[in-house]
Design a binder for this molecule. Sequence first.
Ligand code: 5RP
Length: 233
Amino acid sequence: MDIDDAKRIAGIEAANFVLSGMKVGLGTGSTVKHTVVELGRRIKDEGLEIVGVPTSLATERLAMEVGIPLIELSDVDSLDIVIDGADEYDSNFQLIKGGGAALLREKIVAQQSSAMVVVADDRKQVDVLGAFPLPIEVTPFAYMTTVRSLSHLMNCDVSIRIEEDKPLVTDNGNYIADAQTGPSISNPVDLENEILQIAGVVQVGLFNNMCDAVVLAGQNGISTHFRSNGRLS
Ligand code: 5RP
């Protein structure tokens, strides 16, 4: 099975967590897009009745294309579940997210969800977070000041993500700083809190104590792993 097949099968498997009547957070990325397409198929073919909250403009477009009715997060108290991708996850189910620059909306949606399912391929599973550069959403105002503060805090190179020779602009009008910490984030909870002290930081792509299950795609097929004492176990 090649990696694209694995992502598709995992994405479809993760959609099984969704039941009629649910309010569903719809994540962003090349893996969870298969979940969104599958939910659209189940709405059409099986009469699944759900409403969705997309975590990015790209997912909003896809959800509309496949026929998922959308609501505003601010119009409801909470969501039943969010299904999303990840760039890395460790044995405690702590995550790095934001490779697709959608981390702010993804985190707002995840915080309002009663459960979080991550869909990933097995390259994302790590012992210690940080080989994947840690994405941090920052204000355009004085962004180089923020980059220097982040670099000083983490003692590593931090660079602004560039797209077509210009800083990439997120759906929220901000920039993304990527921190090359290396696989050294052994205490992601403390690091998240320290990064959030810097005024120019809008949000950081560390998702701590949020993920309840991972649907994992590997060479040998699909497996689902539940966090012990998580909200789905
Ligand atoms: C976007 C994300 C994505 O969920 C993450 O980058 C994983 O994406 P993919 O499934 O394409 O590898 O956090 O901000």
